[in-house]
Design a protein around this ligand. Structure first.
Ligand SMILES: NC(=O)c1ccc[n+]([C@@H]2O[C@H](COP(=O)([O-])OP(=O)(O)OC[C@H]3O[C@@H](n4cnc5c(N)ncnc54)[C@H](OP(=O)(O)O)[C@@H]3O)[C@@H](O)[C@H]2O)c1
Length: 287
């Protein structure tokens, strides 16, 4: 029986945690890695690997040998509909039985932000292919807070244009746990799961938890939308991402994305990881 899982995005945040989960479950899986040196590292750790690229359809076809299910994730960019579309085409040609795709909360072909629309395009293509699917719509990752490590260390401050708005950020470890269950257990086909943390939190809450954890005062500097926009541009983020984050931060500031979803607990049987636990577990990332 073809029950091997092909894992794309295995070297990234969710993918690394997913590998740990799949190993614990003792299931057969292979990772598709574009960088030969990263592939070699994984192989050394006993992870089956094929070198390939989402931009190279031939490599996708050969990576799908004996594969039954695919975990689909890549960096989001203007190229991602084309790159992920290549996976869908190869999967159809190879008779793949299940695609589990990571997308973002609010993804759809009609989404008003680029990331959501690009994910929506791929989801539409998957639905049109007839391949059974599960879509995972994740909220903002707690791991995004690693980007604030510099200002925490140098200025004892975190910055955002989210005002005092709250969102239920989700730990990427929970996303990986859900993905591992969905890939290895029956009954998830045709479903879209929305993954959030256990409670909606504001940047004031984050600053308070960081202060407690680090034993010194960490301040939250609430930026205007314009200052936030300029700071993101100055940091080198591409224009499309700055536009998306500006739009989303305005939405978050208005508490329009504050709903907590029960899906992590429904699928894994345990509550999602809370902010204080995330910060405690990754304390070494913050100085
Ligand atoms: N961050 C958030 O708050 C958030 C929220 C909701 C949804 N999401 C979604 O989550 C996804 C990102 O997840 P993540 O943070 O775990 O990913 P990540 O850490 O950015 O890693 C991206 C992975 O994709 C691989 N990749 C990129 N282009 C590739 C290509 N052409 N061929 C083969 N592999 C390729 C990368 O390989 P290399 O190691 O070679 O670069 C890496 O393994 C995106 O779809 C994003 O929209 C993110």
């Amino acid at each position: 029986m073809r029950n091997k899982i092909l894992v794309t995005g295995a070297t990234g945040t969710i993918g690394s945690f997913l590998i740990d989960n799949l190993r614990k479950k003792n299931v057969d899986f292979v990772t598709l890695v574009r960088d030969a040196s990263k592939a070699e590292k994984l192989e050394k750790n006993g992870i089956q690997t094929v070198v390939g690229d989402l931009g190279d359809e031939k490599s996708l076809i050969s990576a799908m040998k004996d594969v039954g299910s695919i975990f689909l994730l890549s960096t989001t960019s203007p190229q991602s509909p084309e790159l992920q579309g290549n996976v869908v085409k190869a999967a159809k040609a190879k008779g793949i039985k299940h695609i589990v795709k990571i997308a973002a909360r609010g993804s759809s072909v009609d989404a008003d932000f680029n990331i959501g629309r690009w994910h929506g395009i791929t989801e539409k293509e998957i639905m049109g292919s007839g391949i059974p699917y599960t879509f995972i719509h994740a909220h903002s990752f707690m791991q995004n807070l690693f980007f604030d490590a510099g200002s925490i260390e140098n200025e004892n401050a975190i910055y955002s244009s989210q005002g005092d708005g709250r969102i239920p950020m989700v730990d990427a470890r929970d996303i990986a746990s859900v993905a591992a269950d969905v890939l290895t257990e029956p009954g998830h086909e045709g479903k879209t799961y929305v993954l959030t943390g256990p409670e909606a939190i504001s940047y004031y809450d984050i600053a308070r938890e960081l202060s407690r954890l680090l034993g010194r005062e960490i301040s939250y500097i609430a930026q205007s939308a314009e200052d936030g926009y300029n700071a993101m541009l100055a940091s080198g983020m591409p224009n499309w991402l700055v536009d998306d984050m500006t739009l989303l931060n305005k939405r978050y500031a208005r508490n329009e994305a504050a709903d907590v979803s029960p899906d992590v607990e429904i699928i894994t049987g345990r509550k999602p990881i809370a902010l204080h636990q995330f910060l405690k577990d990754f304390k070494n990332r913050f100085n």
